[in-house]
Unconditional design. Sequence first.
Length: 474
Amino acid sequence: MPSQPSAPAARPTYSPMIALIMAATSFMQNLDGAIINTSLPQMARSFGVSTIDLSMGITAYMLASAALSPLSGWLSQRIGERRVLLVSVIAFTLASVWCGLAPGLDMFVLARIAQGLAGAMMMPVGMSVVLRHTPKAALMRAQAVTVWPGLLAPIIGPVLGGFITQALDWRWNFWLNLPIGLAGACAILRFVPREEKSTPPPMDFTGFSLCAVALTTLLAGFQRAAETGQQREIAFGLIIFGLATGWAAVRHLGRHPTPILSLAPLRRPSLRYVVLYPGILFRTLFSAMPFLLPLLFQLGFGLRPAAAGGWVLVYFCSNLGLKPFTSAILRRFGFRDVLLVNGLLVTLSMVACGFAAPDTNAALLVLILIFAGATRSMQLTSLSTMAFADIASNERRAASGLLSILQQAASAAGVACAAFSLSFFQLLDHSHGTGLAELHATFFIAGGIALVASLGCVRMPRALGQEISGHRAA
């Protein structure tokens, strides 16, 4: 009997529930990072240590996540994306409970390491699951759902964390993840389909080791770059060592037949523009803003923390204001023109922040913050949506891993570059502390970087990503 021809692979159909699951797990992860800063003084008293000592918990999470993130793609092939996502969500939830139960700093740091190892899998694997079940025409709708956590968590986190810490106890900030995580795990079991099993390539131990060392040393160096004296020299040493190891890792990944992290997706213009130049410059700038704005209002304006937090809240809330109109704007003008024009508006917003002073009219200051927040939202959403515009289906897993890793590096570099700029201008001014002059100069530098990044959008093809945006270039 003649064999029947195999049925063609079914085209993916957009699943709002899968996008919502990704958004919920991402929200849990982002909220956890936003909440912890509010609780540091109370945690320090509970553990009998200084607040600075607790920075070990933040660093431990970041380094653990960076070390394991290159492994996400290989593990997904080995045991399946659905299983990896389920295990990582459960592990993150249990590690959160462990953080709340920790009796001292050492146990807390171990729990944060466990959280970081689980969190390393959640973002890249979750995004890969969404991409696998979303056709390109519906990718903008999926991204509209998954981008919300990054915009909401910085708004809700500090307020919610302060309320829980004051009304209950700091430990409940971590135990809050228990119902979210359990609901997410149940939703994964219910709505995420099993994928076909595939045979993974042999484990690339050399590539994994080089990537892990490069990422952890780079991020550790960025984290310590704001310190002074010998600590800064150590930080620069770590950054140089990380860059050298990263160069060795790139050479190895390019030559290895089955690398732990494939660089092939970088040949696609959409991903290359987003994760390298100019995208990495924009992400670095935007990660520095939550660090710079509180300093502007507290050290530059002389406001109390609560009042400064209110002004920062205006900036983050305005991130949400433009979100409902993003898809229509991209459909009308296309990725290239939106990223170019909005990038120039980002430049103006940075310069405007550099002119803000204690005697600035309150209404004008509100407009500046709304303008800065709205342009940030537009640029980040456009970059996140465009990243996978021309990525083939068999490259999406590797592309998700690359995007996740370079986002981590840009986030750490943003704060480090801002802190280094402040200390550099402080040295030039022979000042004993950070003041308005140093902050203004740093915002002007940020404006210059935004301008350089915007010029990188000029070379983008006008038709780039039109299958996703729906825009038709003339």
